[in-house]
Design a protein around this ligand. Structure first.
Ligand code: DP6
Length: 394
């Protein structure tokens, strides 16, 4: 064979993708396999300077099997949702190539692939790592196979909330009507530049793994909670329209109040689930009370909390309020015991915000809204080396 053939070229792509935080929550599926929700939802995509997932996907005819590494550890590549994403991207690639076999450029769809993915935030932060993770996986695979266009539908197959991480700024995941899910897609409501003063603080109250995962929890809620049914049919459609208006007008008071109310209703549906699901703990409730006291003191809504399927709080506020609220949180809780680390040891009961250096003048570099997935041009950033295996990290 020729020297060319012996070079064993490796096709490799690296992407990053953002975390998103829902202000109108997704909770409940009408189709478990296609991941179709019972209601539309709306989220803010966070800037990737602070929080992001990085994924490298590589393909080579020399790979003998598909392989996956999560944060440096080899993991099961056979996960049905991961396989669904892979299958869908390949299907789109095949469709795009119009079934022609003698295509000049594209990568062979029969090559095995290697995937390495890592988060720059600890899983203990309890953030929607699956949303950023699947958005990143789908972005990297799509680039690898030369697929463009609507990809939120593919990311949705990995995790419902992941479809919202495919876009930046303010994003709505439209429920859709079709049984095949073709209209259950994410749309950008406003770009990240729309509200540059908006800030997000993450208060980690527990590094423990959640007791009931979202997938199982929402299934039980759909099966047993009449409140969830009412929420999906009546409350969410009204709130979505209202939330869009608050965002359009950059009305923080309206936005913040509705964000808190929607988080509270989501947790009420969890309590209405039978047997009930509890995601909030005493510290979560302490933060809720603190936020209301803070707002009452100022005579208006200056901070808003929201909680997903776990006890850690996400706080929305405006840039001019970050330092004051962080100070209030600090005074209200015992000092952190683990110095300048993100996250806290499980069970230590210490709230934490995104604060790599507590004594620094800017104590809490709170993320603001940010863009969707990005292609990483710099080859030194690939997580896989020329041999297709994870690079040794310092
Ligand atoms: C409470 O997207 O994690 O964070 O679709 O089963 O993977 P699956 O669930 P997931 O659920 C997220 C639920 C939530 C609210 C939200 O992000 O809208």
């Amino acid at each position: 064979s020729s020297a060319m053939a012996e070079e064993r070229p490796l096709a490799v792509v690296t992407c990053t993708a953002p975390v998103n935080i829902a202000v109108i929550k997704y909770w409940g599926k009408r189709d478990n396999d296609l991941i179709l929700p019972i209601n539309s939802s709306l989220s803010v995509t966070l800037h990737q300077d602070q929080l992001k997932t990085t994924t490298t996907a590589a393909a080579s005819r020399d790979f003998t099997e598909d392989r996956l590494w999560l944060n440096g550890e080899e993991a099961d590549v056979g996960h049905p949702r991961l396989q669904a994403c892979l299958r869908e991207v390949r299907r789109l690639a095949r469709k795009r190539r119009g079934g022609s076999t003698e295509d000049a450029a594209p990568l062979s769809l029969s090559y095995k692939i290697h995937i390495a993915t890592e988060n720059n935030f600890p899983t203990a932060a309890g953030l929607a790592s699956s949303a950023a993770g699947y958005a990143c996986l789908v972005s990297a695979l799509a680039r690898l196979y030369g697929v463009e266009g609507e990809l939120s539908e593919v990311a949705r197959r990995g995790s419902g909330s992941a479809c919202r991480s495919m876009l930046g700024g303010f994003v709505q995941w439209q429920r859709g009507e079709r049984p095949d899910g073709r209209d259950s897609l994410a749309h950008q409501v406003a770009p990240e530049t729309h509200w540059p003063e908006l800030r997000v603080l993450v208060l980690v109250v527990s590094g423990e793994k959640k007791q009931v995962g979202s997938t199982a929890g929402m299934q039980t809620s759909v099966d047993t909670s009449p409140l969830l049914k009412h929420r999906a049919e009546v409350v969410v459609p009204e709130r979505l329209a209202l939330m869009m208006r608050h965002i359009r007008e950059r009305d923080f008071e309206g936005f913040g109040q509705l964000t808190m109310q929607d988080s509270n209703q989501f947790h009420a549906t969890c309590l209405d689930t039978f047997p009930p699901i509890f995601y909030l703990n005493d510290l979560s409730r302490h933060i809720i009370a603190l936020a209301h006291r803070f707002n009452a003191h100022h005579g208006r809504t200056k901070v808003a909390y929201t909680f997903d399927a776990g006890p850690n709080a996400v706080i929305f506020t405006l840039a001019d309020t970050v330092a004051e609220f962080v100070e209030v949180v600090r005074r209200s809780f015992p000092p952190a015991t683990n110095g300048d680390q993100w996250g806290v040891p499980a069970g230590s009961g210490v709230p934490w915000c995104q604060d790599p250096a507590p004594t620094a003048p800017n104590p809490c570099p709170a993320p603001q809204p940010g863009p969707g997935p990005q292609l990483v041009d710099d080859p030194s950033q690939h997580l896989l080396g020329a041999d297709g295996l994870p690079r040794c990290r310092a």
